[in-house]
Design a protein around this ligand. Structure first.
Ligand SMILES: [Zn+2]
Length: 416
């Protein structure tokens, strides 16, 4: 089959899709789907549900779990997040792939970046154009091309599109883990760099809030009775900041401090928020020990209390031999399309981290080429809509045909 199969006919399905994909992308980007905008996420889910139903499978809505967040007042509360969208096609097929993406963006309903602008014929500047509404279109069109192929029966897939990726996927990570267990390998549609370079190894990430409470007092009359939470927070910040670089590749970013008030009052509350990135899974325990020691140092002071909220949500995603083999397969598929597929390690992280931690190989930048994501300068290269849809189509069809090895089975033979 491998020698004779004519992929050209299957890929030709995508030849004239640039214009309709561009129009759909513009329509999707016009829907604000910031992670906290539940109404916008519902509208986005409905638009996606309609489009993905073309695959001929039932599109389900799956509830997410609420996030636990620490408010500016230092209280831990539950924050609801948007529901996920899921569809399953041919779960008994010999090749089983998880395709994942997210519908949320970092741009809330009140963010100034809402409109679109064509920077040139090939470049659309719009919220979510690259990250990752363009990627969702790439995924959908690759799957539509596969449905039109005579190899379709050999490949089954589960599509999972969550709505809380940009805030850490805390409410959907369990679904990604479960779906990963049903699949042999995964494709995620985060954007590649503008020149087409993909992300290889990724750092892990955790988000934390240190809640430090002291005692309020009048700054003039009773300063000695006060316990200054901001001053204690300064000690904590200085200590946690120094951990950057103490383990290779580990960084701590103190991002925000809440607390304090009028000049004549000793502040009784400080909330210190920080992000940690790391390369080695075992460093997460080390970091937690260090952070808890700094917290305990403040907690034991007279009149103070301190606690640490949050945790690691994205395990590091190392470049394993299995993953490298998957990338080499993708490179081989790319060559047939005239694409030079390359990859670099990154400090960024995404749902690919969680899927990899569940034990299957995953390439997570199969979406459009684009850049400046998470800023008002975000853009998508429109030529890459068809280009990257063809890349995924060819990759998956070649795996279905047995022409390139199933990335999941590579893992199994390694373990045996
Ligand atoms: Zn993204």
């Amino acid at each position: 089959m491998a020698d004779t199969y004519n992929y050209k006919a299957d890929l030709a399905f995508l030849d004239d899709k640039r214009a309709p994909m561009t129009e759909t992308l513009r329509a999707w980007c016009a829907i604000n789907s910031g992670s906290a905008n539940l109404a916008g996420l519902k509208a986005m889910r409905e638009a996606l549900g309609g489009a993905f139903s073309e695959l001929g499978a039932e599109v389900e809505t799956v509830p997410s779990r609420p996030h636990r967040i620490v408010t500016q007042e230092g209280e831990t509360v539950e924050q609801p997040v948007g529901d996920m969208l899921r569809l399953v096609k041919r779960p008994q097929a010999p090749v089983r792939v998880l395709l994942a993406g997210h519908m949320d963006t970092v741009f809330g309903a009140d963010h100034p970046f809402q409109g679109e602008k064509f920077l040139d014929d090939d470049t659309l500047n719009a919220p979510g154009a690259a990250d990752m509404k363009g990627g969702l279109l790439v995924m959908l069109n690759a799957l539509l091309a596969i449905e039109h192929s005579s190899l379709a029966d050999r490949i089954g897939y589960e599509v999972l599109i969550n709505a809380d990726e940009e805030i850490g996927s805390i409410g959907s990570a369990h679904m990604l883990t479960e779906a990963a267990k049903r699949a042999q390998f995964a494709c995620v549609y985060e954007p590649a760099l503008a020149d087409g370079t993909l992300a290889g190894a990724r750092k892990g990430s955790g988000n934390f809030a240190a809640v430090i409470r002291g005692k309020s007092a009048h700054a003039g009359r009773e300063h000695h009775l006060g316990r200054n939470a901001l001053a204690a927070a300064a000690d904590f910040i200085s200590g946690i900041d120094k951990l950057s670089g103490k383990r290779e590749g580990l960084t701590v970013n103190v991002a925000r401090v809440d607390g304090g008030g009028p000049n004549n009052v000793v502040p009784d509350l400080a909330v210190v928020r920080f992000n940690v990135r790391l390369e080695q899974p075992q460093d997460s325990d080390w970091l937690l020990e260090q952070a808890q020691a700094l917290i305990a140092d403040i907690d034991r002071r007279d009149g103070y209390s301190a606690s640490l909220e949050g945790g690691f949500t994205r395990p590091p995603k190392p470049m394993t031999p299995q993953l490298k083999a998957f990338f080499l397969s993708l490179r081989a598929a790319g060559e047939e399309l005239g694409l030079n597929i390359d990859w670099v390690p990154t400090g960024g992280c995404c749902d690919g981290n969680n899927i990899a931690a569940a034990g299957i190989p995953v390439i997570d930048t199969l979406g459009v080429r684009g850049a400046n994501i998470h800023s008002a300068q975000e853009f998508c290269k429109l030529d890459s809509l068809v280009e990257r849809a063809k890349l995924s189509t060819l990759l998956l069809l070649k795996i279905a045909a047995g022409e390139i090895p199933n990335p999941g089975e590579f893992i199994n033979t390694e373990k045996r």
